[in-house]
Ligand binder design. Sequence first.
Ligand code: GLU
Length: 515
Amino acid sequence: MCPFHPFLAFGVKTMNPVRVRFAPSPTGFLHVGNARTALFNWLFARQHNGRFILRIEDTDVERSFSAFEEQLIMDLKWLGLEWDEGPETEGEFGPYRQSLRLLTYRDYTRRLLEKKAAYHCFCSSEDLEREKNTAVSEGRMPLYSGRCLKLDPKESAARIAGGEEAAVRLKTPECGELSFDDDVRGTVSFDLSLVGDPVIVRSNGHPAYNFAVVIDDHCMNISHVIRGEDHISNMPRQILVYKALSLPLPRFAHLSMVMGEDNTRLSKRHGATSVRQFDDDGILSSALANYLALLGWSPPEDREVLSLEEMVPLFNLKKVSRSAAIFDYKKLHWLNRQHLKRQPVEQLARAAFPFLKDEGILPADMTPDLWAWLEKAVGILIEKVDRLSDLSPHFAALFEYSPEKLDGEAREILSSDCARKVLFSVHEELKTLEKVDFAAFGILTKKVKEQTGCKGKELFHPLRVALTARTSGLDLDKFIPLVEEGAELSFPAPLKNCRSRVSEILNYLGETGSR
Ligand code: GLU
């Protein structure tokens, strides 16, 4: 027999305007699963002309670090998910960091104690451990026995007045069912006989997550709580706090977990998992945001390549899938390639610069001439890669020119009669050119063809090997202007122009007797 408990009858607020929040705990780097939660909240707020709030949940003092918070803030900004209220911007419902809101929690705790909806618990951790072990050995759920609930209130008050440390527990119904409507998962129900009286304030005075989150969502006028499905199990405790304080509930939407391809939760084992790592790996923020949106949501008409702005009108929280989202790195790389193609070269050059600087290809102090060259080079080479971090070898290939490292195929090409004639002729003709741009090179190859009688492969293969010391690579119409213009600039390692390349290979072949 389960007596009626007033907590079990409750309403949900119908709220306008939309106010949503992302509430990370600064206990680690921003995981892509959490970044997706932030993104869905952001999209939902923007779509409804609502407010997106960032709240730092740092009441777990042992595990929260300001360095993680700083990084988190940088990562959200990098993704383009700027908040309307929160750290830095502030707002009328602040402060937006839980460690600065302790007085508010204290006030709500007092109200609960006064209403006798909560009580002090003096049990030591050893007592609780013992109780738990007994329950487990007897095959019962390890729920709090309610021992301190039975204390005489006068005794309890005297112990507190005497300075004894105590936690605060919420009094909960012993049985019954609790359900709520989730915008992603539909109706979700819980058996209250499986929920013990939860600690809402620890004996050190810090609020428990399930308490602070309710107070904050209420005080910040949150209309929709959109977060990871790992919080579903917290729902009964949170709903019971709302009810104990007679507060209306916001709407809830719990997003499925992000899994690796083997259906286990996405972790380091699968590859990069934090937003920072993806940036370090050369994924553009627009591509990562685009990919995260596709984890559980399918845009209409199969439009997959989308910027944040393009996603705003299309996003539909009600269409977000409740099945687990599988993180597919290949798909992310494909999307990144599409986003790379959409970027203006100036931005691509800025984004590529740190990778090329770290590889020692570009100097730290870039001149306007170097930037102009970089834009041209990135504009050409970007089509060869999925990620900015993959650009370095393509740049390095422009700088490396080592006839002594020619491979067998290249040597074979240079060993023909035609090759010898072509190289000599090119060498002589290059001396006559003032500027070796591609147009001039075209005229030069015509002359070489006339002089040597070599054409087609016999002409162009030796030319390619002579200029690049390789048998494949960029088309020469792109390669020649890049090395010619680059040769005038100062890079950490010099870029050789066509003339010196041809001289060098002739010298090398002469010295080694290869011709
Ligand atoms: N601070 C919680 C977390 O980082 C989120 C709480 C919530 O969204 O309700 O998992």
